[in-house]
Every structure is written in structure tokens, then in C-alpha cells.
Design a protein around this ligand. Structure first.
Ligand SMILES: O=C(O)CCC(=O)C(=O)O
Ligand SMILES: [Fe+2]
Length: 228
């Protein structure tokens, strides 16, 4: 009797990952003012970006970050579009709390393929957002956000080889925002910034809407609607 499974264990089922992207999200002059605030972050407030919130690994991620960058105008605008994003991505962000930082990519910087959360790491992250800022004309090349198509079955480690993955690249255009599920695989393609000047960097305000930490209840402001 042939007892092979009906679908070979090598089979990979590809599903394009949904990305909600909005251009001219804040409009000028709001976006320009936010860019100037990002540029004004002094060198000593930016620290090497970490992976998994705790390690610096320059083979995996090279950029600089500031964890306490406040952007209330961005959070308010996210609140305005949240219902449509939730509907499209099939996620509910009721009572979530924002966790966001400023990430700065300059010449040679990148972030290799990763998930922002999985079953073990940061499971409270329900929705990823990345809002981009840069000077005009764009003073760098590269730095696209590469979103990999889902390869099912997910998380098995045996399903297909990494090299066989398919993807779509998204331009990190000034005043654009993308939303996607934190379990989606993605990377930041290497940035080439010939001037190497801080003001010419690829700036991103990047974060997550997280389900509340029971240990921390009420300490952060929530985004969007609250439960009745
Ligand atoms: O800057 C981007 O386009 C994405 C950054 C990212 O993936 C992250 O910080 O987890
Ligand atoms: Fe990420």
C-alpha cells in the first residue's frame, strides 16, 4: 500500500502577504515637521538597533534606533485608518497599546529577513506599522521593504528552501505608511547613502499595536477605539 502523504513534505504553498500601504499619509507640512524632529535626534540618543529586543548583531541588523520617540500626530492618524486596516488584515486591535521607535538607516545599513513576532517572541504584537520619512529628492538608494510571500505550512522549518521564496519590494517613500501582520517575514534591503550624512538617512517610525501586558495595565495610552 502507498502510504505517502497526499501532499509531499517538500510542497510549498505560496500566499501573497497582505500589506496595507497609504501614501501622503500625514501630508505637508506635518510630515516635513516630523522629519525635522527625526533629523534633530542627536547622535548620542541613537543606539545600535537590536534584534529580539536584546542583542546587537551587526551581521543581521545594522541601523540605529531611539526607543522613546514621540509622534502623537502619527498615532492619531493611525487611529483614523485603523478600522479599515483591521478589516483588511483580519485582526482586531481593540484596547491595544502602541510601542514605537525611530529607526535610522544610513550607508550600508540593512535588516535581514525576520518576523516581528512568533509564537515564542513578542506574541502580544498584533499589528506592525512602519512610517517612512526622508529628504527630497531621496538622498539614498535601496532600503526597500521586502515582504516575503507566505510559504505554508508556516513555522515547520522543513517546508521548502529559503532561496525558493518569492517576495515583493515596497519603496520607503517619504510620508508613506505600511501595515502588516507581525508574523509576516520581511527585511530591509541594504541602503546606499553616498553622502553618509545623518540628515540624508532613511528614517522610519516603526512600531506595533500590542495587546495589553497584564503586569503593566494602564501605563500606556491606547490607540484607536476603546472597548465599550
Ligand atoms: O524599516 C522598515 O522598513 C522595517 C523595519 C523592521 O522590519 C523592524 O524594525 O522590525
Ligand atoms: Fe520588522
Amino acid at each position: 500500500m502507498d502510504d505517502r502523504p497526499a501532499v509531499s513534505t517538500d510542497a510549498v504553498w505560496r500566499l501573497p502577504v497582505t500589506v496595507c500601504r497609504i501614501t501622503q499619509f500625514l501630508g505637508e507640512p506635518t510630515a516635513g515637521a516630523l522629519l525635522e524632529r527625526a533629523i534633530a535626534c542627536a547622535d548620542d540618543t541613537l543606539k545600535p538597533s537590536m534584534i529580539r529586543d536584546r542583542e546587537v548583531d551587526p551581521d543581521y541588523r545594522r541601523s540605529r534606533s531611539r526607543g522613546d520617540f514621540a509622534a502623537p500626530e502619527l498615532m492619531a492618524a493611525i487611529g483614523e485608518v485603523l478600522e479599515a486596516v483591521e478589516h483588511t488584515l483580519g485582526v482586531s486591535c481593540h484596547n491595544t497599546e502602541p510601542d514605537c521607535s525611530l529607526n535610522v538607516h544610513n550607508d550600508g545599513d540593512f535588516y535581514r529577513s525576520h518576523q516581528d513576532s512568533d509564537m515564542r517572541f513578542a506574541p502580544r504584537r498584533l499589528l506592525t506599522f512602519v512610517y517612512y520619512l526622508h529628504r527630497t529628492p531621496r538622498p539614498f538608494d535601496g532600503g526597500e521593504l521586502r515582504m516575503f510571500d507566505a510559504a505554508l505550512p508556516l513555522h515547520t522549518g522543513t517546508a521548502g528552501r529559503w532561496q525558493e521564496r518569492t517576495w515583493r519590494d515596497w519603496e520607503p517613500e517619504h510620508d508613506s505608511i505600511v501595515f502588516f501582520l507581525p508574523t509576516a517575514w520581511h527585511e530591509v534591503r541594504p541602503v546606499s547613502c553616498p553622502s553618509k550624512r545623518h540628515a540624508d538617512s532613511r528614517f522610519a517610525i516603526n512600531g506595533w499595536l500590542c495587546s495589553p501586558d497584564p503586569a503593566n495595565r494602564g501605563s500606556l495610552s491606547s490607540v484607536g477605539r476603546t472597548a465599550p
